[in-house]
Design a protein around this ligand. Structure first.
Ligand code: AP5
Length: 621
């Protein structure tokens, strides 16, 4: 049976060390094909009953059992934040039923119904239509068959806490709550320039998105509530209610910077939705698609049918791989269980430590599988921060052991490298945090007698340390020491390693010049250039309020190949805590962007440092 694993740890066909303690790499992505098509997802084919070969048509119940649960999406944001615009694009791509309370109410008004007569006055003044009217309207629309079958996209509802509660009572919960974030001053301009096409329902803007033809232009209309004065009133009402709504959906909320071109906003939106689809498919696909194949197997006697299936297998595998590589936002990646809590408690429990080892391992494996050879892991939880306490180097060693054993288990020969003493004379020595590290590694439990010395070897950092049989190098916290720069040795090592992976764990390459200003041979610019040759494959940093180490404000995480995720730590009523995703980024966010996200402001792209300045601020050093 054809199956393909995207993130398994199997990197080689060499016999594995079955006796070694192994690390369980969860969730291999089954790419086993389904000849089924899910209407709402771009990664499935559309097959009508007529297209299904005869023997398959008898099995429609099986086909149905594989159709995924439809998407349920809420989109929210201030007036003119672009909800309607994004909804148009989402509907085109995902086929969801768009339920816009604004549109429904406007339709009632223009048809002169009782509801319309009641709503008109509220709408024209920019105030909210009474809850009972809107709630009844939405509840009715959600209960219709198309919404149940195709999934829904709820736009502009709920807008008050009573509306949110009504949905809760009906057990209506979204998979994701998209919050479009745009600065106030931009919103007014957007509203005043908005025009609607009453024929197609399309939303235009007289300056930024004019109509395609004079014919369309001639029939455009302006909404009566789109005057500057009314927009200000609507904005104020939005602000009064938004906090209650956001907290009702904080567990599934993703804030999107919508002060960008609509296509860019949509790119992020569709990535998030595809990710949910993909994740569901992975979960359900493994069970149902295998069953489906087994049931269909006896019918596969026609050459044509077999060919068709093979084609579908191939196409779906390609599409899923593409999708996995393209979809880098990860609120729901690979069964990831979210940020663990109680990170303020030191020492961390074994469970928490194992959680991080596994998280780093998965990212590293994915990155190496994608052919990356210069990887950087930057993980800073209190227990892994030897700057706070030297004993914490033990946790770092445990992490290194997990990685090394997992690769060794796949038949790879791993060299774990700790830098030796550097420099001469008074400046000779090694960073305090690394003192004794090599000895600790020697004394650690490596599974069985043969592991250390065969599959895992210990070494220092430098070109001479690279042996022909080594497959992968793990460098433990390489760092500059006072007056000595490690980068010359690092560079010699990576040059000798060639295309073999080199993984830097928690490098600290800040300049530490001696009082004489000596900093070895390589110039700063060259060092920066060299440092850039490494790609972040895992980043985890706890964030604190300025100048404190308590309480935790949130966390920044990036696990290759997904986006940087910014989480806020929230204390719940029962005294428990949770981490809520508040924003994602394609590049490592700057401190300003992080502050903006926490304070609810949108980020200003123009302020983002780029080039060398962006890099210097990126925390590599
Ligand atoms: P509703 O129609 O929902 O209005 P709204 O929430 O104020 O939102 P808008 O429709 O004004 O803006 P939008 O975010 O959809 O932006 P759009 O994509 O059009 O509600 C209207 C009224 O109905 C309310 O005031 C209330 O009275 C009543 N109502 C509705 N729901 C209710 C509820 N639940 N309870 C009670 N009362 C309710 O874009 C705006 C403009 O910006 C366009 O010109 C567009 O081209 C442009 N634009 C969009 N995206 C971008 C971009 N990325 N870059 C540049 N320009 C962009």
């Amino acid at each position: 049976m054809a199956s393909l694993s995207l993130c398994s740890a199997h990197l080689s066909s060499t016999p594995s060390r079955s006796s070694f303690p192994t690390s369980s790499l969860s969730t291999p992505l089954s790419l086993f094909p389904s000849p089924i098509i899910r209407r709402n997802s771009s990664i499935f084919f559309t097959v009508t009953p007529r297209q299904i070969p005869q023997p398959f048509r008898t099995c429609t119940s099986l086909v149905k059992c594989c159709v995924k649960e439809p998407l349920k999406v809420m989109i929210s944001g201030a007036p003119a934040s672009g909800k309607g615009t994004q909804c148009e694009l989402i509907v085109q791509k995902f086929g969801l039923v768009h339920i816009s309370t604004g549109d429904l109410l406007r339709a009632e008004v223009s048809s002169g119904t009782e509801i319309g007569k009641k709503a008109k006055e509220f709408m024209n003044s920019g105030s909210l239509v009474p809850d009972e009217i809107v709630i009844a309207m939405v509840a009715g629309r959600l209960s219709r068959e198309d919404a149940k079958k195709n999934g829904w996209l709820l736009d502009g509802f709920p807008r008050t806490s009573a509306q949110a509660q009504s949905l809760d009572k009906l057990n209506v919960k979204p998979d994701i709550f998209l919050l479009l974030d745009v600065p106030d001053e931009i919103l007014i301009e957007r509203c005043v320039g908005r025009r609607l096409d009453p024929v197609s329902g399309k939303i235009y803007h007289i300056k930024s998105y004019p109509p395609e033809s004079d014919e369309v232009k001639a029939r455009l209309v302006t909404r009566p509530d789109d005057t500057e004065e009314k927009v200000k009133a609507r904005l104020q009402i939005y602000k009064q209610n938004s906090e209650a709504i956001i907290s009702a959906y904080s567990d599934v909320m993703i804030k999107i910077d919508a002060n960008r071109p609509r296509e860019m906003v949509f790119e992020e939106t569709q990535t998030l939705l595809s990710q949910i689809n993909l994740n569901r498919m992975i979960k359900t696909g493994k069970k149902s698609e295998t069953t489906l194949f087994l049931v269909f197997l006896p019918f596969l006697n026609q050459a044509l049918t077999k060919l068709l299936l093979l084609f579908l297998v191939f196409m779906q595998a390609i599409l899923i791989i593409k999708q996995v590589l393209a979809d880098k936002a990860s609120p729901v990646q690979d069964n990831w269980r979210g940020i663990p809590t109680r990170l303020n408690n030191i020492p961390h429990s074994r469970d928490i430590r194992s959680y991080f080892y596994e998280d780093v391992l998965q990212a590293t494996v994915r990155s190496i599988k994608d052919g990356n050879t210069r990887l950087r892991v930057d993980i800073n939880i209190p227990e892994l921060n030897p700057e706070m306490d030297v004993y914490r180097i033990g946790t770092l060693m445990e992490l290194v052991r997990t990685l090394a054993l997992s690769f060794a288990d796949d038949g790879k020969r791993v060299k774990v490298c700790v830098q030796g003493s550097m420099g001469e004379g008074a400046l000779a020595g090694m960073p305090l945090q690394l003192a004794g590290t090599r000895k600790i590694l020697e004394y650690m439990d490596w599974g069985d007698d043969e592991t250390l010395g065969t599959f895992v070897k210990l070494g220092a950092i430098g070109g001479k340390e690279v042996d022909e049989e080594d497959d992968i190098f793990i460098l433990v916290a390489p760092q500059n020491a006072v007056g000595n720069c490690i980068i010359d040795d690092l560079q010699a090592m990576t040059t000798a390693a060639g295309k073999r992976p080199v993984v830097l764990i928690n490098p600290r390459l800040k300049d530490l010049p001696a009082s004489s200003g000596i900093m070895q041979t390589m110039g700063r610019e060259k060092r920066l250039e060299y440092a850039l040759t490494f790609d972040n494959c895992y980043v985890f940093r706890l964030l604190y309020y300025a100048g404190t180490q308590y309480p935790i404000m949130g966390a920044l995480r990036m696990s290759y190949p997904y986006r940087y995720e910014l989480y806020k730590r929230v204390t719940e009523e029962n005294g428990k805590e949770k981490y809520v995703l508040i924003s994602t980024y394609s590049e490592r966010p700057t401190p300003d962007q992080i502050n903006d996200a926490f304070s609810g402001k949108s980020r200003e792209e123009s302020k983002k440092p780029s080039g060398i300045w962006g890099f210097l601020g990126s925390g590599f050093f």
